[in-house]
Design a protein around this ligand. Structure first.
Ligand SMILES: [Zn+2]
Length: 90
């Protein structure tokens, strides 16, 4: 379960990471990388929909889709740009 089930951002981030739609760079905690395909992303949506908030309700699908879209848009595509910049082999 996410650390805070009442925080939409945390719920979506957790769902994306646990379904391997995204991953956090092992060298840069602040960098989220989009690594999954459409199947992983829809799996993340289904997982987030099942999260029950502390008041016993679940998140609305529309809010989840919007937040998933926002986080995927903010994520780096496939590779960490900071590693690309510092890795001499790149
Ligand atoms: Zn990195």
């Amino acid at each position: 379960m996410p650390a805070n089930v009442d925080d939409l951002t945390a719920v979506v981030r957790h769902a994306l990471e646990t379904t391997r739609a995204t991953t956090v760079c092992p060298f840069h905690d602040e960098v989220t990388i989009r690594v999954g395909d459409d199947a992983a992303e829809s799996h993340a949506y289904e997982r987030a929909k099942r999260v029950v908030r502390s008041d016993g309700t679940t998140w609305e699908g529309e809010a989840l889709r919007e937040e998933i879209g926002r986080q995927l848009a903010a994520a780096a595509d496939g590779r960490c740009p900071k590693c690309d910049r510092t890795d001499p082999r790149a």
